[in-house]
Design a protein around this ligand. Structure first.
Ligand SMILES: [Zn+2]
Length: 435
């Protein structure tokens, strides 16, 4: 028998959930990683490595994909409470002018990336002003971070006029490449069809096609937003996006809580994906998105946290449980969706939504090694009859022990390997002037 040398061997895992198309689950198994890629999953007894990770008692699964967030808004955690989306935006935008310049954005993104990685999120689809500062901060901590220029009609806290936003977009590929980090697609990010007018939406579509960029936008977050959009532009948000050419498979639509039948049909026909953010939707009382109904229409749905000023944390385990329970409540059916489908939404479906389904989101030979180890040796995870049920309904983010992004161990035994957690927290506290 020949032994093959690899860089890292994860050995003796209680379960390996591959999230491949067949839903393959291995028991007492491992993963072999070389040059950042998975070379074997399951039986890895033919492999040898100087770096071995003992995964006894652990569930190994693909890293979680947070499909809609605003990482820098960790600095605004708790500033706008007990208000709806509109009240929330009013308070948050005032605070942003005070603390969220490039430095605050950088520090908030570092803190957010650290919180996300510690909780098992390996990829975040972000959106924020000063995307260069956010990208630099998040990449430093080691997360796979997708962001791009954000667009709205008026100068926001970043003070940019429309032409300056277009100019930043033209320069974005060079900026992203210069910062480096784990490779992600390019994105342009119109904030929402409410505050980006139809002509500007078409400008963004044209530029995205020219650059080969994908799209991340908010859509139909609540009824009031729908009403305001119709009043301002004469159509519902989804229809404005459709008419601008933006509903195809390049696009991730955050929220999409209050879609009518026509909206759903248009999204299914176009191929855009939805990020379901139940933590934010429940807390702001935006509404109960129909995860199961949308899936039945053929719409791809991944999961996200939204920013910390609306959902208050970046906990994808909480999101998985909320999504599962909300779907059951909406349909008054305890079998509305399986725990396995929830885990798939948080991994492979989110990866496909950002155009990375062939590279990450499942544990298969040749894919990039984005994976997490969840330690089940705890009373609340004893016994385990089904690993997916354990992850969704009993595990929490603090059970995540190790995190790999592109084969690099960025969290080792619950500690970041690239940054000092105490320093990241201290610099964030100092910037906002709080304890
Ligand atoms: Zn959002």
């Amino acid at each position: 028998m020949t032994t093959h040398d690899v860089d890292t061997l994860i050995l003796g895992a209680r379960f390996v959930l591959t999230c491949d198309d067949a839903g393959t689950v291995f028991e007492n198994a491992g993963v072999a990683i070389r040059d950042g890629r998975i070379v074997a999953v399951g039986d890895v007894s033919d492999y040898d490595a100087s770096n071995t990770i003992d995964a006894t008692g652990c569930i190994v699964l693909p890293g979680l994909v947070n499909l809609h967030t605003h990482l820098p808004m960790t600095l605004l955690r708790g500033v706008a409470e007990n208000v709806d989306l509109q009240g929330f935006l009013e308070r948050v935008w005032a605070e942003e002018a005070r603390i969220m310049g490039p430095e605050g954005t950088y520090l908030g993104a570092r803190l957010g990336a650290l919180e996300a990685l510690l909780g098992g999120t390996t990829t975040a689809l972000d959106m924020y002003f000063h995307p260069e500062a956010a990208h630099r901060g998040a990449v430093e901590v080691g997360i796979r971070h997708a962001i791009g220029p954000v667009f709205f009609d008026f100068p926001g806290p970043d003070g940019l006029e429309w032409e300056q936003r277009l100019d930043l977009a033209r320069r974005w590929p060079d900026i992203q490449d210069a910062i480096g980090g784990a490779n992600v697609p390019r994105f342009l990010m119109p904030h929402s069809p409410l505050i980006v007018n139809p002509e500007h939406l078409r400008d963004i579509d044209a530029m995205a096609r020219e650059m080969g960029a994908r799209i991340h936008t908010h859509n139909s977050e609540n009824q009031k937003e729908d009403d305001a959009t119709v009043a301002a532009h004469g159509q519902r948000p989804t229809m404005l996006l459709r008419d601008a050419g933006l509903l195809d498979e390049r696009t991730v639509l955050a929220h999409s809580v209050t879609l009518n039948d026509d909206d759903q049909a248009a999204i299914a026909a176009g191929g855009a994906s939805i990020s379901h953010n139940p933590g934010s939707n429940l807390k702001l009382a935006s509404g109960a998105m129909d995860l199961v109904g949308y899936r039945d229409q053929g719409i791809r749905v991944g999961l996200g946290t939204d920013g910390c000023s609306s959902s208050n944390d970046l906990d994808m385990f909480a999101v998985m449980r909320l999504a599962a329970n909300l779907a059951r409540l909406v349909h008054l059916d305890p079998a509305a969706i399986s725990a396995e489908d929830i885990v798939r939404a948080a991994t492979i479906e989110g990866s496909r939504a950002i155009g990375m389904g062939d590279r990450i989101g499942s544990l298969e030979e040749g894919k990039e090694a984005d994976l997490i180890l969840v330690d089940t040796r705890a009373p609340h995870l004893t016994p385990i009859h089904d690993p997916f049920t354990a992850l969704v309904f009993a595990a929490g983010r603090s059970d995540v022990r190790d995190v790999f992004v592109a084969g690099e161990r960025v969290i080792a035994s619950r500690q970041p390997t690239r940054v000092d957690a105490g320093q990241v927290m201290a610099s964030a506290r100092e910037h906002v002037g709080s304890d």
